[in-house]
Structures are given as C-alpha cells and as structure tokens.
Design a binder for this molecule. Structure first.
Ligand code: M6R
Length: 609
C-alpha cells in the first residue's frame, strides 16, 4: 500500500524524504515522488518505478533544496502506474500525498470540472488536491476540515499550502498515519520504521484529527478544530530490527527470528506453568460462557485461524468458524450478542478485517484482537487484545507474524479449554510446557532443514503448478505453505485436503505437477499415505514434509524427497512444520530470480478494500 512521509526541520528535506521512503518500500509500490518548499515555491519530482528511479531523476534534474516537504510511494488503485499518476498531486496553492481511497471522487470530480477545473491524472488523489485548492479560504485548518466533511472513504493525507512554507499538515480517516517528533524537527509517516533513524517518539493520529507540523513542534485539533492533547508514544522497535542485519532479504531474516519471536510472545503470558491472559481481560470467568468462536482475518492471518479452528475445537470442544474478512463483512453473518469474534492481523490496519471487527461489535459480539502492530486501529478498537510480539515484520510474505499468531492462539485455546473444563490443569500444564519448547524446536528445524529445502527448491524452479496436501492440522498448515510459495515464487499452487483429491482435483495430476505432502499427525498417517500413493501412481513427484515418527511409518520409496522435522506434541506440529514450507518458498523465489521481499502486485498492509 502507499507510503507517506513528511518532514519539517533543519535537515536536507529531499534526502530525509527519500531515506524515510526507503524504509516503507516493504509496503509495496509502483511509483514514488517528493515535493519540497524550495525558492518560495513547491517543487515536485515524481516518477513511475522504484525509489532508485526517483533518485536517478533527482540526480539528473537536481534535488529541490529546502527543509519542508512531503513524499510518497504509490501502490496504484485509480489509474495505472505512471509518472503523471504518481504522487504528490497539486492544485494551484496546495500539494498533497494520499494513502487510501476516496469513494466519492467521481461526483467530486464532476463538480470541480463544472467549476472549470482541469485534471492531469486519473487519480482520486488529484480530486482532493483540487478540492482543497478550490475550497481554500486562507485558513488551512478550516479548509482541510471543510474538505474532510465532503470526502467519503479512507484517507491519510500529507498536505502543503503554498502560503505556509514553514509547515505541513496531516490528517487521517481509517488509513494509518503517525507524527514523529525530534529535536527541532517533526515527521509524518505511514509506519514507524520510516522515522526510526531520526526519532523513536511519535503520536498516533486518530480519525479526523488534523496535525500541524513546524520546527517548533506539532499541534493537533479535532474535527471541530478544538485543540487536542495527545499521548506521546515511544517505539520499542529499534532501527536494527527494521534492517536486514546481514541477511540478503527480510524474509529469510524474519524466518530466522522465529524462535525468538515465539519466546518473546509466549513467555510473559505463562505463570506457574499455565496460560495467564488476565492482563488482557481474558479470565476463565469471562470466557467460560462463550459457546462458539468465529475467527475473522485475511491471508496468512486467516490461515493461522484455520489452525486455531482445529486446536480450539479439539481442546475446548467449542465450535469455531473461520471466515475471510472480506466475505464476513458483506454476508450478514450470524453473530449474536455474547459471541466471541477473534480478529487476527499483523498490521492491525487491514481494511476488511477492521470492517469485519466493527460489524461484529455492532452485532453485540465480544471481540478479541490478535495483532502485531502496536496502537493500530484493530488493536485500539477491540474489546480484548493480545499483541503478538514478533517485532516489525518488513517482508511482504508473513512468516514470524504467522508463527506468533499461532502461539497466541494456542495459549488462548489452552485457557478456553481450562475454562470449559475440557482439559485438566495437569494436561494444560503439559501442553504449556510443550509450547515452551517450541522456540528450540523451530531453531532445530531452521538449522537442520535449510539445506534440504534449498535442494528441493532447485527441483521446483520450473514447475508451473503445485499441490499441497494434508489432513487435519496438516491441511490447515498446507494452506499457508501454498500461499507462501505462490506469493513469492509466482508458481500457481493450491492446498487440498488430501482425502478430497479424488473428488475432482486428482484429474490435474501428472508428471508435471509436484505434490508437497505434509504428514505430521500419526493417527491419520495411513490415510495420508494412501492419498500420497494415489498421486504418485499418477506420475506426481512427491515432496514429503514429515516427522521422524511419521517417516518411520512410511513405506520405502513413497516420496521423491523427504524433509524430516522433529516430532513434538502433535497438536503443536504446525509451528515447526510451517518452517520448511517458508524456507522452500523463499529459495524457490530466489531460484526464479524474484525478490521475495517485494513480490509483484502485493502490498504489506492492505488498508483499502
Ligand atoms: O496485516 P494482516 O495480517 O491483517 O494482513 C492480512 C494479509 O494481507 C496478510 O496476512 C497476507 O496474506 C500476507 N502478507 C501474506 O504473506
């Protein structure tokens, strides 16, 4: 999604803006630009392509010299990626950058055209720039406030008025925006990593609040233009955690961070060998009466929910629905007062997940958010909240966020099972103790499976399509394995419940379709073996991810390649079994010459529908 930055201070603004934008590259983008007050005018430089293209253009035409400006990386929504559609966009006296979607931009554009305004681009953003210019009354705050009242949709805006060369303005509705403060300088940014090299102190801008940034500091007003006092926050993510730290890509760095991410996430939530979630408002008394659970999320986070379904149903005997947020929100779902709806999200800003949570609340449900990004919208609006403490996840392909989402879901499942009295305290302690061993188990898999995965990845490089199969938890996990592979390698893949293959999909199998079979659940291993044999006898080459225990039960020669992982408590196997699937996806992407950190067409945080 688009990235916004802005700067007011003593430094070379162009340099700060480009550097800050480089820390937002992970969000995904197709063009970039900056605007700086320079020689009494607003100078804009923008281009289709990557930041490198912008830097090349700046070095040819010269960077605008000045100390106040805004910058942007664009992920195209309205209008193709092109120089002219890139941000910043301007009216005669106003220049803006925008993240989000203006839903009523066509009506607004028609109105402005009827007033004689002309447009250069296809974007909804230019409509806002022109509307601000059209509405300008000499008072920027009043103008912004009046225009906000006209806008429908989601937006975060960085705004410069030609008449106020010492300041920038920022406003948001739905789309995230933060305001950073340093010594004699202020920043705006879509996300914390953009400002970490300059300051760790920041404010979260709330809906319909307007910030004015000058060298002297920042002031805030609400939608009635009443002054606001806001709480200054300090980022506990340091620069190092947002850098590659010697790894070639964030994706492999983050895969390697998983043991620590699990440890950091679970340890503070365990007391006397039992889950302890009281601090998050989750007590036995509070949750014992929930008779059903709905988990709503998108993508990888939804896949964590799929594992959650198997685990919660198995342990707590409570039915669990897992819903894709974009479906849930438009489906008039059956959610009643007193139901529990869990929203899982790394960014805490995914537009569909946020809307789904609001809908669940409206229907009277109690909401529990499992979120990674501190202070994000989902985190702030949920009734109960457990943070995954994965640290910043920069790679678009989610890895450590998924594994920490699983970790939190396990802890919650244990607590719910205790509350429902479907497991004893002793059994719960046994499970918690097994969970506490997972950081070492994941480390073992990273240390011992990377070479196998690297080798198998060389065999996948020419594949056009792949199937992932498994049963039970292995099926839930396969969904994530399949998504990981397709998003970074661009090889088509599907995950299938192994027993369902023969009802249609097996017709796809031939020698050109590799099958990745996940088999970690001993009780159903004979069934999975039968399914593997079925596809093997139709020519598929088999890559088998299994535990040492399962490997022993497998007949000689069933698989072409085996990636063996250690046996842990079987309920917890997804935590270790996902790791080879992540590494396999990573090396397949590398072998195909793709940048795994910035897969085409994808954005890290999907803040628009
Ligand atoms: O920030 P969220 O967890 O809400 O994002 C949801 C999905 O967009 C996300 O999980 C996506 O599928 C992953 N980046 C894929 O690796």
């Amino acid at each position: 999604m688009c990235g916004i930055v802005g700067y007011v201070g003593p430094k070379d603004c162009s340099e700060v803006l480009v550097s800050a934008l480089s820390k937002l590259e992970y969000r995904g983008y197709d063009s970039a630009g900056i605007a700086v007050f320079s020689d009494n005018e607003i100078k804009t430089v923008k281009t289709k392509g990557k930041l490198k293209d912008l830097e090349d253009k700046l070095s040819i035409i010269g960077s605008p010299e000045g100390n106040v400006g805004i910058g942007h990386t664009r992920w195209a929504t309205h209008g193709e990626p092109s120089d002219v559609n890139s941000h910043p966009h301007s009216g005669a006296r106003v220049t803006i950058v925008h993240n989000g979607i203006i839903e009523n931009y066509i009506e607004l554009k028609e109105f402005l055209v009827s007033k004689g305004r002309e447009f250069l681009s296809d974007t909804d953003t230019e409509v806002v720039a022109q509307l601000l210019d059209y509405s300008y009354n000499g008072n920027p705050l009043e103008t912004i406030d009046n225009v906000m009242a006209e806008l429908k949709g989601s937006f975060a805006l960085g705004i410069m008025f030609r008449d106020f060369p010492d300041r920038i303005f920022a406003v948001r509705r739905e789309s995230p925006l933060i305001v950073g403060v340093g010594e004699g300088e202020c920043f705006i940014a879509s996300d914390v990593p953009a400002i970490l090299q300059y300051t760790r102190d920041y404010y979260l801008l709330d809906h319909d609040e307007i910030a004015t940034l000058t060298r002297e500091g920042v002031s805030f007003v609400d939608e009635h233009l009443e002054p606001l006092e806001k709480e200054l926050k300090t980022a506990d993510w340091d620069m190092e955690s947002a850098e590659k730290g010697g790894y070639p890509h964030f994706m492999i760095k983050e895969i390697n961070e998983q043991p620590n991410a699990i440890r950091t996430t679970i340890m503070p939530r365990i007391k006397n060998g039992l889950p302890c979630l009281d601090e998050y408002g989750i007590t036995i008394d509070k949750i014992k009466d929930f008779n059903s659970v709905t988990i709503v999320a998108c993508g990888t986070a939804m896949h964590a929910g799929m594992v959650g379904k198997y685990v919660i149903e198995d342990l707590a005997r409570v039915p669990v629905n897992v819903d894709i947020a974009s479906e849930f929100r438009y489906r008039n779902p059956i959610i009643n007062k007193g139901d529990l709806v869990i929203i899982v999200s790394q960014s805490g800003e995914t537009a569909d997940s946020l809307a789904a949570m609001r809908l669940a609340k409206k229907k009277g449900a109690t909401t529990l958010a499992i979120v990674n990004a501190k202070g994000s919208s989902i985190a702030r609006e949920a009734d109960m909240l457990i943070y995954t403490l994965a640290g910043p996840e920069i790679a678009v392909a989610s890895t450590k966020a998924y594994i920490t989402q699983l970790s939190v879901i396990y802890l919650f499942a244990f607590e719910l099972a205790l509350a429902k009295e479907t497991i004893s305290e002793a059994e719960c302690k046994r499970l918690v103790s097994a969970l506490m061993k997972m950081p070492e188990a994941v480390q073992y898999v990273i240390d011992h499976c990377e070479e196998d995965c690297k080798f198998v990845a060389t065999k996948l490089v020419a594949a056009e399509s792949l199937l992932y199969i498994g049963r039970g938890l292995d099926y839930a996990l396969s969904m994530e394995g399949s998504l990981k592979l397709k998003e970074v390698s661009y090889i088509h893949s599907e995950s299938y419940a192994a027993g369902e293959l023969k009802h249609g999909t097996i017709s796809l199998i031939d020698e050109n379709m590799p099958v990745i079979a996940v088999a970690t659940q001993t009780d159903i291993i004979p069934k999975t073996i039968s399914n593997i044999v079925e596809v093997k006898s139709r020519g598929a080459s088999i890559i088998l991810v299994c535990t040492d225990a399962c490997a022993r039960g497998l007949k000689e020669g069933i698989a072409d390649y085996v990636i063996e992982i250690p046996h842990t408590d079987e309920l917890l196997m997804p935590i270790t079994a996902v790791v080879p699937l992540q590494i396999l996806a990573y090396y397949t992407a590398i072998n195909r010459g793709n940048d795994p950190d910035k897969p085409r067409n994808l954005a890290k945080s999907v803040t628009v529908e």
